[in-house]
Design a protein. Structure first.
Length: 115
């Protein structure tokens, strides 16, 4: 069983920065993809950024140039550095891990950006 624990959400003013972390534990294949999704009130969950264990990050157009995703494979951890935050970035951010046989979600962390 795989568990994901997120941290780093909070309240920030527009233009500010936050860093989200997600730590995975359990039986995890070395070949996996980890990423962040977000869900704003009344909207569907959407991809923010993802990265495979051996590839480059992939970003949603809405966050390109502002967000940066990185991972520490030895720690089964991914980090989402969010800069130049906008009110429209307000959402619950969820960490996701998937392999060929496992799909796991974190509990979510709230990011609120005030104008």
């Amino acid at each position: 069983q795989v568990q994901l624990v997120e941290s780093g959400g909070g309240l920030v003013q527009a233009g500010g920065s936050l860093r989200l972390s997600c730590v995975a534990s359990g039986r995890i294949s070395s070949l996996n993809t980890m990423g962040w999704y977000r869900q704003a009130p009344g909207k569907e969950r959407e991809l923010v950024a993802s990265i495979s264990s051996s590839g480059a990050p992939n970003y949603a157009d809405s966050v390109k140039g502002r967000f940066s995703l990185s991972r520490a494979n030895a720690k089964n951890t991914v980090y989402l550095q969010m800069n130049s935050l906008k009110p429209e970035d307000t959402a619950v951010y969820y960490c996701k891990l998937n392999t060929v046989s496992v799909l796991a979600w974190g509990q979510g962390t709230l990011v609120t950006v005030s104008s």
